[in-house]
Ligand binder design. Structure first.
Ligand code: CU
Length: 112
């Protein structure tokens, strides 16, 4: 009986060790995957259109806080994914918009 108990304990300890190393692996995977996930992540904000440049397809927006990026409210320039989006915009218009990071640019992909 005693032998069985000890064997069980050894098995449990081994399983726990295995589970822990597995979790360690998964954590490593999460860290490795994070940059790619962030690069594709879409962010949402609301703001007021300050300036529209139809030539470069960019727009200056005074936007509210962006929690997914830890951004405070600020005024900054965004590119637009599709110049057709500019048709939905007007200076002083308040918008809810979605954007992604592409290289060094923040690119507006949706406007509501
Ligand atoms: Cu900003």
């Amino acid at each position: 009986m005693k032998k069985i108990v000890i064997a069980s304990l050894v098995f449990i300890a081994a399983s726990a060790g295995f589970a822990q190393s597995k979790m360690g692996d998964m954590k490593g995977m999460d860290i490795a995957k994070k940059p790619a996930a962030d690069a594709k992540a879409a962010h949402e904000a609301n703001g007021t259109i300050k300036k529209i440049d139809t030539k470069t397809g960019s727009v200056v927006i005074s936007h509210g806080p962006v929690s997914s990026l830890n951004w405070p409210p600020m005024t900054m320039s965004f590119k637009v994914k599709d110049k057709a989006l500019l048709g939905k915009l007007a200076v002083d218009k308040k918008v809810d918009f979605g954007f992604v990071k592409e290289g060094d640019d923040y690119v507006v992909t949706t406007v509501k």
